[in-house]
Write a new protein. Structure first.
Length: 294
């Protein structure tokens, strides 16, 4: 993590993120199944939300960085969709109305959307609380944010293998996989950004690869290369990836890779939302409320 003269903390190289996403526009279809699985698990939360009496709960949605997967799923639910991506090329993959936009400086007017969906697209943002605040401003009152982020534990097998292999080869290890937040931090992020009723839970997607190199190819195809600002820009030791992949644990002759997704839901404050009672206003004790009749 680096700090400039004003104390601004910058973890990710946003130019590198954009370049990688530009390249992914031609390859992202190779990993569409995994991206779709993550998006469908995120959108399942919509099925638990009751529609308004006067009509559908959501009509207009913003798809942030959906890589051509989220927008079609939203359209299939009957929503009008606007998509955005840091990469103009990857924005175009979404079809329909799409714009190139930086998640750190979003161009949308206040109260433009009923729903914002960010599936696996905010983990390369330096100011995540600021991005979440901008997305809240883009929501109408009582609008919903659905977001998923890779959480601590994602690609843990690969991270350990790379670290141990590089330490054995060179005596040290450069950061090669992005730092991920703990699940306990995610609800706090939503609360800090001003969302009502913030909730964070976890979804695990476990993949098995017959060819360990295919895992690295899939990460590259999805635009998920190393974009840390302080990454080692030297060519890695020739034996590094072969040694790391050879040391990965195998299950039935296949190499596992875990995607641990922190699924975040939060509402833009609205007049009809339930609010907690003021402290001390309860008329019954917790013991009395929990007491069951014999």
């Amino acid at each position: 993590m680096a700090a400039d003269m004003d104390g601004d903390m910058t973890v990710f190289d946003r130019r590198a993120v954009r370049r990688q996403r530009d390249r992914a526009a031609d390859t992202v279809r190779q990993v569409a199944d995994v991206l779709r699985e993550a998006a469908e698990r995120l959108l399942d939360r919509l099925d638990d939300i009751a529609p308004r009496a006067a009509g559908p709960r959501f009509a207009r949605a913003l798809d942030v960085g959906g890589r051509g997967v989220v927008a079609p799923l939203l359209r299939a639910r009957g929503l009008e969709v606007v998509s955005c991506d840091l990469s103009p090329a990857l924005a175009a993959v979404n079809g329909g109305l799409a714009v190139a936009a930086d998640e750190e400086v979003l161009p949308f007017a206040a109260e433009s959307f009923d729903l914002v969906v960010a599936s696996l697209s905010l983990h390369w943002v330096n100011d995540l609380p600021g991005a979440l605040i901008q997305l809240r401003h883009a929501l109408r009152p009582d609008g919903l944010l659905l977001a998923s982020l890779p959480a601590l534990g994602t690609l843990g097998e690969l991270r350990r293998a790379l670290t141990e292999a590089e330490a054995g080869l060179t005596g040290g290890a450069a950061p090669r996989i992005s730092p991920f937040p703990a699940l306990s931090d995610c609800a706090a992020l939503l609360q800090r950004a001003g969302y009502a009723l913030p909730v964070a839970d976890v979804e695990d997607i476990r993949l098995l690869y017959a060819d360990p190199l295919a895992l690295l190819r899939d990460l590259r195809a999805a635009g998920e290369g190393n974009a840390l600002r302080l990454r080692d820009r030297r060519i890695p030791p020739r034996a590094l990836f072969a040694a790391a992949l050879a040391s990965l644990p195998a299950e039935a002759a296949r190499v596992p890779a875990t995607l641990r997704l922190a699924v975040m839901t939060g509402w833009a404050p609205g007049p009809d939302q339930p609010t907690p009672l003021a402290p001390g206003s309860a008329t019954r004790s917790l013991a009395e409320a929990l007491k069951a009749p014999r």
